[in-house]
Design a protein around this ligand. Structure first.
Ligand SMILES: Nc1nc2c(ncn2[C@@H]2O[C@H](COP(=O)(O)OP(=O)(O)OP(=O)(O)O)[C@@H](O)[C@H]2O)c(=O)[nH]1
Ligand SMILES: [Mg+2]
Length: 224
């Protein structure tokens, strides 16, 4: 009985995710779902990206948190359209929440949309939102073993960003070992090493964001 209920919830979520996807494709909005544990640097990476790309692409942000508008306020200061979702306890965003957020964003003026998921290294993996890319951030102080303990998000990610590399000298994080482990469970994922504090590696990341957007545009043109 319990298994059937969960299956129904997930398939209902997938149907709404498909609607979100159709809407976003129709409006030509490239959407990136950013996931990580609490505090790994989701908001910091979004802010770094906004600062780097603001003259090249119009952006928007959906902020997902259990409570508060702290992250949305940081984004608002960058003068980018932002909508905060408070899940009220849920440890992940669901497609229906994003659907309501999309109704309240100026999609005609947005080319690149970031969805910051609720800080959690497990639950967001189960729920499609209608995004083009899933990006997972792992921060150096969390440890390189998280890929073994919480493999699902590492397996699903289109890109994995190792953040806080400025802290490498103070930890035993094994970058080479992590990179091999990632290749073992996900051969397609791009791996980036960044510091949102020193800005190291941010350009590699934003180049990937821009080239992924371009690739999507070419694919949609071929389809039509
Ligand atoms: N040393 C260092 N600190 C960082 C870096 N990136 C972010 N931080 C700090 O890490 C803390 C958490 O960063 P956030 O960007 O708020 O993390 P988050 O994933 O959005 O957190 P939640 O939304 O609460 O899940 C803040 O104090 C940041 O200043 C980095 O590259 N190096
Ligand atoms: Mg945040």
């Amino acid at each position: 009985m319990e298994i059937k209920v969960l299956k129904d919830i997930l398939s209902a979520n997938d149907q709404i995710a498909q609607k979100n996807r159709a809407l976003l494709e129709n409006k030509q909005v490239f959407t990136i779902n950013i996931m990580s544990s609490p505090g790994a640097g989701k908001t910091s990476l979004i802010l770094e990206t906004i600062r780097k790309l603001k003259n090249k692409v119009s952006m928007g942000v959906i902020e997902g948190d259990i409570s508060s508008t702290i992250d949305a306020e940081k984004v608002k200061r960058e003068k980018v359209p932002v909508l905060q979702i408070n899940t009220g306890g849920e440890c992940h965003l669901e497609a229906v929440m994003v659907n309501r957020a999309l109704d309240n964003l100026p999609l005609d003026d947005i080319g690149l949309l970031f969805i910051e998921n609720v800080g959690n290294l497990v639950c967001p993996g189960e729920f499609k939102l209608g995004e083009d890319r899933k990006v997972l951030i792992l921060s150096v102080p969390e440890g390189d073993d998280k890929i073994y303990k919480y493999p699902l998000l590492f397996h699903l990610a289109d890109a994995v960003v190792i953040n806080k590399i400025d802290l490498l000298p103070y930890t035993k994080f094994d970058l080479e070992g992590f990179s091999l482990a990632l290749k073992g469970i996900n051969q397609k994922a791009r791996l980036f090493q960044v510091s949102c504090t020193t800005h190291e590696g941010i350009e590699d990341w934003t180049d990937w964001v821009l080239s992924s957007m371009q690739r999507r545009k070419r694919t949609s043109r071929k389809k039509s």
